[in-house]
Write a protein that binds this ligand. Sequence first.
Ligand SMILES: Cc1ncc(COP(=O)(O)O)c(C=O)c1O
Length: 401
Amino acid sequence: MPPLAPILKRFVPSPISKMSSTVSIMLAEGRTLFDFSTGEPDFDTPEHIKQAAIEAINRGETKYSPTEGTIDVRKAVQRKFERENNLGFELEQIIVASGAKPLLADIIRMIAGDGDEIVLARPCWPSHVGMIELAGAKPVFVNTLQEAGFIMSPENLSAALTDRSRALLLCAPSNPTGAVYSSQALLAIAQVIRKHPDLWIITDDLYEHIIYDGRAFQTILEIAPDLADRTIVVNGVSKAFAMTGWRIGYAGGPRELIDSVGKVMSQAAGCPCSVSQVAAIAALDGPRDCVYEFVQAYQARRDRSVAALNQLPGLSCTVPDGAFYLYPSCAGIIGKRRPDGALIGSSSDFADFLLTEYSVAVVPGTAFELDPHIRISIATADDTLDQGIAQIARAVLQLVT
Ligand SMILES: Cc1ncc(COP(=O)(O)O)c(C=O)c1O
């Protein structure tokens, strides 16, 4: 085979996608699994959103749109930013793409290149790391502590910044920890950023609406509007509206950056799906009771699953404030032995034991750069979740020291 491009040397596939492939293979072999590995709402897309898409198809809105999205969808995003985040963007400052993921990758490529650094909290979503590495830049991690709710401290952030730093990448509610920054915590971060005038802020707000206990979401730009010329706010409809397969993400930010991302998209990706753009308008402008119902369901699942996990020897789980993941520490499991005598030496060994012996798929903490932990998605049907957590309990109780 002729050689492949050298860029592949600095790139590994997403560990979450790898786990999803293993799960798909096992399911295809007829195994019954409790799959907590994917970050995807188990709910169906709400009816009014599907209906809007069906009507768009029937009207023949199935052609290319402008690369950056139709004026109508960008106006819906503009209204959303204004209404929910107190952010006033001009239409030219808004772009819509085929999901937040490619949008984030393009934004990072427009900001950082070879040898540059992008600072982000650890643990983090593996694709953030992959995108940074694909751009040729280096991820610089700011460690967070479970005891501190996995929140980045301004001191640790400050210490991580160098003259090669090009951006801070914020993600809250966080995947995988569900950490949410209070307005004071965001203010403290903004104070650090103000001392670095050449630093961008990329804020990945994808889990904005999945937030618990009546907490209000705030994005950093709302708290620090003086940073508007160097902050880009990224969001999407995947998680809030159970629309992962529709592939719509959007961003608002400085016009020059938005234009650059649009240029790259025009050459490499093209416009987002025209039917999905109409569906996204229905989602953004439509009723929010569906989102409220989803969040209520996740919150109830969170409460009973965290309580059940914290009963188990060797596991300790903080209560996430948002997103739909649990990120329990499995430090107390490491060093134990399976009934067959094999040592559980890492979170990967534990995840492997859960999968092969108890049919539970979780993602080991190695994927998120902070270990030993496992990530459990609670965006999973109630019965499956409860049975799967009971399986984890059986597995843990089988381990011996
Ligand atoms: C933090 C975070 N950002 C972005 C995405 C991707 O969103 P989209 O479906 O819009 O590409 C995900 C998906 O898991 C995510 O967890």
